[in-house]
Design a protein around this ligand. Sequence first.
Ligand code: SF4
Length: 476
Amino acid sequence: MARPVCTQPERMTIQIIVLFQNLGEDNPYYAQSPAPPLPGLLLAALTPPFVDVEVLHEMVRPIDYATPAQCIALSFMDYLAPHAYEVAARFRAMGKTVIGGGKFASTFPEEVQPHFDAILVGEAQQMWPRMVEDLVAGRLRPRYDAPLDSCLDGMPPPRYDLAEPAYATPIVTEATRGCPHPCTYCALNIKRAPHRTRPITDVIRDLTNTRGVPWYKRKLAMLLDNNLGGDLKYAKELLGEIAKLKLWALGAQFSIDSLRDNAFVEALAKAGGRMAFIGMESLSPESLNDVQKRQNNVGEYRGAFAKLHRLGILTFTGLMFALDEDTEEYYRRLPALLEEVGTMVILPSIAIPIYGTPLYRKIVDEGRLVDDDLSHYEGDHLVFRHKHLTPEQIHAAYRTVVLGFYGWRAIIRRWWRFLWMQERHESIVRFAFRLAISSGIYFKLSVFQRHHAQVRIAQGPGRSTVSRQANMRAVA
Ligand code: SF4
C-alpha cells in the first residue's frame, strides 16, 4: 500500500523593500552607507512567523523583479513616492500583492492609496501583524489606519540577521520617538506627536540580540532616534546601561541643546559614543530664528563640539543652504565659520519644504513654490524661490562650500586637529584602539560625503539618479 503523501500548503513570502533610487533606475548609485535605516528590519521583526520574510535595501542592491515572493511591502519617504508608484505598478502587473507604508503614506493616504493593493497609515507595530493575517486569509482591505500608540513597550528586536552584508553597522535601533522642538521644516511638525520613550530593558535587548551578525559587527551600534536628547533624564539612564555592554562604538542623534548637560556628554562617552549626529543646520542666527530652530545658539557651537571631540566623539552635523535669511555675505564667510566651529563632518543639503510642514505652507502661501516634482525634494534641488538670492547664487555657494570642505587637505587637517584634541583617561592600548575606531568612522563618513559632493553637487543633481542626502538626513 502506498504511503500517504503529506502535502503542506505553500508558505507565503513577503519581501520588504526599503526604496532609495529617487530619480529612476537607469543609472543607479549604491551608497556605501555604514548603517541601514530602521523601518525594514523592524517591519520584518513585526511579521508573524506563519509567513517567510525577506528585506531588500535599494540603497545597496537593485530591486529583484524576479523574486518569487507573493507579496511586496514598500517602505518609502516623500521624495521617493514617484519611484514607489512605478515599482508598485510593475510588481502589480506581475500579479503580486503590493503594500505601501511609511511617513508619506501615513500623511497623504488619499494620494498614495490608489497605487497599492493596501496601505498602512500610521505606525506599524500594532497594525502590521493584523494586515499580514488578513493577507494570508485572502481578506486584505485597501487601507489600515493605526491609531497613534502612546506606548512603545514590547516592540520586538529588529531582524539584524536580515540586514544586507554591505552594512558595516547593522545593529540599529531607536530608544525614543518624536521631539519637543518646533523647527518649521521638520516632518515631525506636520502632525505633532508626543515624545515617547521605550523601556530601557527593551533597547538593551535589541542591542544584544545579535544572533546571525558577524562578531566584529556586534560591537558597533546606532541609536536612530529623532532626538535622543528630547528627555535627557531618560537618555542618561539609558546610556548608563549601554555602558555596561562595552561597545566599541555607539552613534546617536540629538539636538544641540542636549550638549549643555555635561552629565549627558559624559554618559555618552562612557557608553562608547564615537559619533553624534547633530542638527546644526546653519551658522546664521537670523536663518535659524526664521525656521524656529531656537534651541541652536551659534555662539555655543564651538564649545559644544569641542566637548565631544576631546572625548573622542565625532560631530556629524546637518548644514542647510537656501534658508530664507541666508545672504551672499553669509555664504562668503561660511567656509571660515565652519572652520571656526570645528565640525568634523557635514551633511549638506538645500532646504526642502517637505509637503505638509509649516515651511511648505509658508512657501506656498507666499507663492514661491516653483517645482512640485516630489522626486526633486531630496536636498540637491532648489524647489522654491528664495527671498533674496537667485538659484545660481545658491547653487554656486552650495558647490563651493561643500567641495572645499571635502577636499582631501581639509579632510586630513580636520582629522589631525581631532587627534590633537584627545584627552586620555584609559590605558595607552585602549586609547590607541579608541582613536583607531574614531578615525575609521571619520574617514568612512568623509569619503561617503566627498563622493556625494563630487557626483551630485559638482556635476549638478541631474547627473545622478540618487540623493542619499534626504535618506541620511536624521532630523535632529
Ligand atoms: S529638526 Fe530635529 S530638533 Fe527640530 S523638530 Fe525635528 S527632530 Fe526636533
